[in-house]
Design a binder for this molecule. Sequence first.
Ligand SMILES: [Mg+2]
Length: 412
Amino acid sequence: MRTIMHVDMNAYFASVEQAANPLLRGRPIAVGGGTGGKRSVVAACSYEAKARGIKNAMPAWEALRICPDLVIVAGDMNKYIYTSAQIMAQLRTYTPQVEVFSIDEAFLDLTETAGRCGGPVAIAKRVKQWIREKFRLTCSIGIGPNKLLAKLAGELKKPDGLNELWPPDIPGKIEQIKVSELCGVGRKLEEYLAQMGIRTFGDLHRAPRAKLVKRFGAVWGDHLWQMGQGKDDAPVRPSAYEEAAKSMGHSYTLPGFTTDQAEVKGYLLRLAEQVGRRLRKENCKGNVVHVSLGFGNYQFWGKQRKVEDYLDDGYEIYRVAERLTLDAQRFALRNRPTPNAVRFVGVTVSGLIHDLDQISLLPQKEDNKKVLRAVDAINDRYGEFTVERAAIMATVIEHKSGYVPSRSFRGH
Ligand SMILES: [Mg+2]
C-alpha cells in the first residue's frame, strides 16, 4: 500500500497577508482583486471573515455590508508565489515525489521515504511546525493510501488539521461527505448522480458498478465506482507543473454534438493552427502530438504520437492529429446512445524544445517558415485568424470565451 500525503494551506492568501502584517491578525480580512477597494471582488478571506459570512467571489461592497469592519487588502501575487515556492521546496526535503497541485496545495508520495523519517504522522507534524515557525501559516494535512483519501482526510479537519484515512475507515468516516467534494466531480456530474439518488460518498460507495457503467460509460462509470470504494491509482506526478509548461494545447467544447467528420476535422485543423501559432510565438517546437476527443456521457478518447521532426507548423500538427483520430472511430461507435457524436476536440503538442532558429537544411522548409512568419505578423497586427488557411474558413468557432483551457482537461 502506498503512503500519500496531501498538504493544503488554510485560507492561504489571507493568511499570508495576516502573517505579514500584525495589524491584520485576528481580524476579518478579505484579499481583493485589482487594487482592493469597494469595487473589487473577494478573492480570498480569513477564517475570521468566513465566520462572519464572507464568501469567495462575493463583491466587496456586499461583503462590507455584511461585515462593516472587514479589512480589504489588495492581493500581492508575488508574495504568494514566493511563499509557496519555499514551502514546496521544504516538502521536497522529505521526498522528490512532490506534486504541486495548486499554489497552496501539494501531494507527496512518501511510500519509499516515510520509514526513514519516523512515519508519515511524524513528517506531517514537522511540516506543520516548519510552516508555522517560518511563515506563521497553518495547513491541513491528510494521509492515506492514495490521493483521493489523503485529500479527503485533510478536508475533514480544517483548519490546522492532521488526519488519516485508511481502507477500514471506508465508508464510515466519510459516509456523509457530498459527492461534489470529490476531485473531478463537477456540477453537471453532481446533478446526474443526484438523479440516480447518489448524493453522498456513502451513496456512491453502495452504488452497483454495473449501474454506474450503464449510466456513464465504461471509463467514467468505472472511475466513479473506484472512487466510491476509496480506490485511486493516480500517481503523484512530481513534474506535473513543469509538464504543463512543456506542452501547449488548445481545446474546444462544441455547442452541440456533431457526427459530421468533416466538421470535426475542421475544428482539429483550427485548433492545430492555434497551437502552431502559439509555439512560434514562444519560439518553441514539439515532437509529440496529442489528440483528445470527447463523446457523449463523459467518454473521452485520447492518443498521442511522437514524430521525427519538431513541429511548429499548424498544418503539419493537424496532419499527425488527423491520422491519430482514425483510431477513435472504433471507440466512438461503442458509445451509446450517440455513437460517433463528438462534443469536445483538443490538440496538444509536447516534447517542446526552444527553437534555436537554425537555418533549415531543406530550402522549401525555409520558405514555409517565412510564409508562416508573415502570416503571424499580419495576425499579430490585425487580430487572430485574419489570414488563415482556406480549409478553416468553413469552420466557425465561437469567440474565445468558448474555449476550455487545455490544462483543466488534463488527467481525464
Ligand atoms: Mg487551501
